[in-house]
Write a protein that binds this ligand. Structure first.
Ligand code: HEC
Length: 140
């Protein structure tokens, strides 16, 4: 099959799919996830790794972590304000310090959260800018 034919087929499938079964919410999720990945790569990957596994005792993992589920509504605060002190993940203790990233906007944080909570073995769906705005009012 020629490349252009393939492209037209994909485009067709996308249009048909877009109008019949892909809801606005699903498209939103895809948008958030895709940009979230880029934002993760430029703001988080240095420490947490491209596979979210972290680094030894220094940087905690984001992989299929109960911590991410339990602290879902604190993730925005962790990203915006940083994190310091003792935490435990999968039986491993970390006592490091994560720098604040105050320059990130609500929507950027939402995209990063959507990316990390749906990668590395996690599957928690969309977390949008409105949710982040709400989360940031209740930082511990
Ligand atoms: C300079 C290194 C560094 C960067 C950059 C960084 N983190 Fe962290 N992160 C840490 C450290 C260290 C901890 C553990 C802090 C502690 O022990 O209290 C942590 C903890 C966390 C936690 C809670 C523990 C866990 O593993 O679930 C989350 C979630 C997290 N970081 C997400 C992110 C996200 C998302 C970004 C990008 C926006 C980011 N981090 C950028 C170093 C970093």
């Amino acid at each position: 099959m020629k490349n252009s034919t393939f492209f037209i087929l994909i485009l067709f499938a996308f249009i048909v799919g877009g109008s019949s079964c892909q809801s606005e919410a699903e498209l939103n999720y895809i948008r958030y996830y895709t940009t979230g990945k880029q934002l993760y790569e430029s703001n988080c990957q240095n420490c947490h790794g491209n596979d979210g596994k972290g680094l030894a005792m220094l940087y905690p993992p984001l992989t299929d972590s109960i911590y991410l589920k339990k602290n879902k509504n604190q993730l925005a605060c962790i990203i915006k304000n940083g994190l310091k002190g003792r935490i435990e993940i999968n039986g491993q203790v970390y006592e490091g310090e994560m720098p604040a990233q105050a320059k990130l906007s609500d929507i950027e944080i939402a995209k990063i959260i959507t990316y990390i909570t749906n990668s590395f073995g996690n599957q928690q769906g969309l977390h949008d800018a409105q949710a982040v705005n709400q989360d940031l009012k209740y930082c511990k």
